[in-house]
Design a protein around this ligand. Structure first.
Ligand code: 5GP
Ligand code: ZN
Length: 114
């Protein structure tokens, strides 16, 4: 989609620090990290949010779970833990309207979130 920063990154038009690429996702480092590890798992296809993604017949959540598992292994986080966050819409604090998941680690996270 035009004027979408994550579509630009997924297509290679906008530069990003790419950590991993799969058929359905691209993983980049967040430009404004809030933890020592702060990755963004971005769908290659433009979905406005998780609600749009789940309507797509080709969107396979298993790919996503596999990817999270392999990132946890790569960063040796299986015991220590990590946090995944999907902000959705205004109240959810979503600022980029292209489906993405935050993958954060390297410090403890509080609950409830702010
Ligand atoms: P949201 O608030 O939508 O859940 O998260 C958007 C995230 O994307 C933010 O953490 C923000 O720092 C990150 N971000 C926004 N623009 C860019 C960019 O151009 N490059 C990268 N690497 N991250 C970005
Ligand atoms: Zn997009």
């Amino acid at each position: 989609m035009e004027n979408c920063v994550f579509c630009g990154i997924a297509s290679g038009k906008i530069k990003a620090d790419i950590v991993r690429e799969t058929g359905n996702f691209i993983v980049i480092r967040d430009i404004n990290p809030v933890s020592p590890v702060h990755l963004l798992i971005i769908s290659r296809k433009h979905f406005k949010n998780i609600l749009d993604a789940r309507k797509d017949k080709d969107f396979d959540p298993c790919d996503f779970f596999d990817l999270v598992g392999s990132l946890a292994r790569d960063y040796s986080l299986e015991d220590k833990g990590f946090r995944t966050v999907i902000n959705t819409g205004y109240d959810g604090g979503q600022t980029v309207g292209h489906f993405h998941v935050h993958f954060m680690a390297g410090r403890g996270f509080g609950w409830p979130p702010g």
